[in-house]
Design a protein around this ligand. Sequence first.
Ligand code: C2E
Ligand code: CA
Ligand code: CA
Length: 819
Amino acid sequence: MSRETSAAAAGPAGGPDPARRSRRRTGSLLGRLRGPDTVDALPNRYRLQVRTGLLDETLKLATYSAVTHLIIALAVTYFFWGSASHTYLLGLLAVVAALITATTYTTWLYWRAYAGTASERSVRWGCRISAGLAFALGLAWATMPVVLFTPCSSEERLLVVAIVAGLISDAYVVGPLLSVSYLFAVPVIVGSFVGLARSGEPIALSIGFLLTVYAVFVVTSVRRMSRLSCQRILDRVRVEDQSETIGLLLNAFEANASDWLWETDETGQFQHVSTRMADVLARPVETLQHARFQALLAGRGKAPIEADQSADLLERLRGGTPFHQLLIAVDTPAGRRWLRLSGKPFLDQGGRFAGFRGVGSDMTEARRTEAHIAFLATRDPMTGLSNRVMFHAVASEACAAAVAQGPAPVVSLLYLDLDGFKTVNDSIGHAAGDALLGQVGDRLRALLPADAQAFRLGGDEFAILQRGRDAAAAQALAEAIIGALREPYLIDGVRAEIGVSIGIACAPADATDPEDLLRKADLALYSAKEAGKGRWRDFDSGLEVRVQRRRELDEAMRHALADGEMTLHYQPLVSLQDGHVVGCEALLRWTRPGLGPVSPAELIPIAEGTGFVVTIGRWALRRACTEALTWPASLRVAVNISSVHFRRPDFFADVAAVLAETGLAANRLEIEITESIFLANTPHVLDNLRSLRALGVRIALDDFGTGYSSLSYLTQFPVDKIKIDRAFVRDLSSRPECLTVIAAIMVIARDLGIDVTVEGVETEQQAELLRLRRCDSAQGFLYSPARPPGEIPGLIERIRIACAPRTAAPAEQTVRAVA
Ligand code: C2E
Ligand code: CA
Ligand code: CA
């Protein structure tokens, strides 16, 4: 029993309202008789409904009781016509008839006006009228024992007592409304006592006693009955109230939610199929009504559907066990729909399994969105290729399969890095760069065999996974890719050219997991780039050692420069005509404490890769210019500058700042650059060249003859000197054509007004041959290797004495004695 019910049943005995309690204590006789008003103790929202219910019941019974009263009034008139006053009998009959008519009429009026719409006011009105009429009727009947008991015969008295007893019992009829019952019964009981008292008969005492017992019994049982009626009506009101709330909630649920409720009976047939469920399944309600889950799942074919849990669902339905959020694919006339179902078995009153009840929701749209998001999450929007996330998934799976299959290289990874993409991106803009990447994606897709898949890993890096083929197949594919990506691109009418370098690694031969495979392909790519870009390289185990060494050197050189481990040594350049030292080339020297020297030929490419070469360049410029100040003013100092540094727009400012800072005359500084500088035609190269020459700084083109289309550069870019690479001098005696090439270079240089220095001169004979070819100057071990700055003044002097003036040279004699 709920708290409210118990409060209603117990009355206010335990009630908290002291005002109401005191009112009751000092209340009317009727109040006392009536006892606690059970209705008043109810919560507000039920009070009106219970009162209305009680009034309705009372009024319904009052109509039947009205007829009884009329019959009794007629019977009394008939039985006592011979013994009592006709006026009284007819008066009683008239009054009872009038009250009965009034009761019937007001009841009718009330029903008509308020049926189902009772308000606080109408109920109060109904109760008052009923109470008034009941009291009037009670008073009318109270006169009967008073008037008839004394003058009657003993048989007639028996009749009076019987009628009175019957009338008192009528209190039951109007019992539901306690006040109405009491207002009717109490006057009749009082009238009976008065009638008995007036008769003075000894039997009256016995009848009085019985009447008292009877009255007490009627009063208490009416009270009890009223309470029961009250409780019954309250229960009904509560149930109605709850069902209404549940109904409202369910309606709202079915109308607004994407979910629906479903129910099956014990045979598994659907009951009360909702329109929402029918909509989702794209079938009429009537078709689904009494269908089974099995029928919904029929027609999907035998093949299992990914993520579908219908087997689990059928299992649980069969076993009568609850299930939660099972995902089911159902093929409907409107296509496949995904439902999420939860359900619980329920029992009938006898405790037997009665079916399943549960909730269903339509997940079709959600799954579609999920799938789309998953698709987007694995795709690179720029190229339409799979992205890095996808690469890891596919590579993991491929590696696992490769490991399982054995030692043959069953998965090849081609790691691609575009050459020159950054330059194109910077010069034609990022939107065009994106378009270029898109075209690269298209070309890769067009090229790929069915067993290969391409990915964009980010930036200008791509990966291709090829399965089930040997290393040769991967190399052929790499070759084809290099050829295809090298072809010019047309973007918004602008022609662009890029290349690609490719590193290849295989699983399980080189690696067994995707991270390692990628790392090894990266090493191979690194070596491809190092070898001059636009080519592919396979991974080999020696690569790791080299890369490790590079990393270590990269780390160490940064500290070395700051800690003064790096110095510059100077190698003299000697005039072939008069044997004078005309200048010195600054060459970087780095001796690692405890580890020995590191060649600049190893160190500079690493520094170029990281950009640290710019720091080295600035440092070397400042140092060389400072040290050159201690030499005779006629001597120049040559500083090697990496193309990475020279291409920068601020390179000229770097040089100008050093000259201003050190005070070295600009024409004493020579900058040595290599042809690689002209490969990527960045605008700053020409600007820097022109600005430097305008300032008076000389430009020397180093390692001339080893590079590309050297001679054509000379017409495009203004330089002051070329340094013929030592490779020509080395083979001078064994390959006579070397001298021919040198002679040809000399002719062009003369025409263009460019000086020529020959590098790597180690013998007098070489020097003599070059002198005869009218080369300007020479450099090499014949005169001296690079020496520390402190030795330079002495060295200059020794060379001057040893070499000048020389007219002829002894054959094939190596002169190292000078140094
Ligand atoms: P390079 O500019 O061609 O420098 C000449 C190289 O040839 C030097 O090697 C020098 O020691 C060597 N050499 C000179 N005479 C002879 C000879 O008669 N016979 C032979 N076999 N070799 C001779 P080094 O010092 O090892 O430098 C190697 C390269 O490192 C340089 O070639 C230059 O490209 C680069 N380098 C050196 N110092 C710097 C620097 O400060 N900055 C930059 N960016 N690069 C530098
Ligand atoms: Ca040089
Ligand atoms: Ca050189």
